[in-house]
Ligand binder design. Sequence first.
Ligand code: NAD
Ligand code: UDP
Length: 356
Amino acid sequence: MADGGEKIVVLGCGGFIGSHLVERLLDDGYEVAGMDRTRAKLGHVLGRKGFEYVEGDMADAGTAEEMVERGDAVISLAALCNPSLYNTRPLEVIDINFTHALPVVRACREQGKRLIHFSTCEVYGKSKEGLAGGDGGGVATGALMSEESTPLILGPVNMQRWSYACAKQLLERVIYAEGSGNGLRYSIVRPFNVIGARMDFIPGVDGEGTPRVVPSFMKALMFGETLKLVDGGTSRRSFVSVGDAVDATVRILERAEASTGRIFNVGNPDNEVTMAELARLMINSYEKQTGREAVARTETVSAAEFYGEGYDDCDRRVPDISLAEELLGWRPKTPLGELIDETVGWYVKEYGEKSG
Ligand code: NAD
Ligand code: UDP
């Protein structure tokens, strides 16, 4: 809870996580100055007391400095973080995740403001098992990804999938160096596949292109299409609810002493599934909630066909969350089944009429 009068700057407040974070901060009594290029997901908070929304672009000179001035602490989320863009629009991905995020770090250091920066679990890259050509089955000792000991293993430069991970990693290194060398007070968040209401667009309804996997499967379910499993759907992800992720973020904000100078994995190690299993769980949830029989077919597509050249996959990533447990007293609460039901239910309610 805010002690009173504390103002938080949220950059990228109009995105999926940002839209939930702003609501939670306002509920907890913080004042919020948020900025984004779009307000489409902010209908529930626009006009609320204590919320000031600024529409703008992080690429514009002076924006970072001006926004940092507005608050006591800064939470930076602005990003392009959709894997279908990493190999198709790599320069834009590098710019927003590094070039235009760098002035925020510098402004926080110069103005003596605390920074909570959203990085990504993608910085870990491929798992050691994946690199060794293993099938990723079974949680081997050491398979958990730990903030302070796991190596960060990215693919070659011609595999542009890694443009995002590399940009995010370089910014983490700048933040770390500004902290250890120049006294920047920072915390870094590495989210692991956050899902929930207000996630990505549905192609053909409110956006174009390829969203992340859950909205991609939702599009197929709602429009009677086949769910596409990239390279057979054997890659694994650990999904965490947006509510749990926001709760971890607020704990970082509240526990400044324990969290300053730290990197935190924010994910749910108990919610790991293969993409083929995810498809099955979503099909079941959709049928249960709508009473409609889904077309419910899955088909395998090659990564090159689905994403184009230069895509590469991360085989599996499971977070070690012991640091967040120890320093923040945080553990995610939402099990996978409940999380899938909630998310599928939200999409059906939000887009049901549009999909007929
Ligand atoms: P999102 O795409 O929903 O939100 C990002 C927001 O940044 C968008 O609203 C977008 O308009 C804004 N933005 C992009 N470029 C901008 C610019 N030039 N100027 C102003 N605003 C700009 O993403 P999200 O899922 O909410 O992710 C939030 C953060 O968490 C990102 O930094 C992302 O890299 C990180 N992250 C998210 C996940 C996840 O599973 N959702 C996983 C790992 C990391
Ligand atoms: N994926 C899939 N079908 C889709 C979309 C994605 O099989 O329609 C796979 C993708 O190749 C990856 C996983 O689902 O292995 C998760 O992809 P997502 O885009 O959600 O994010 P990532 O975890 O890779 O950042």
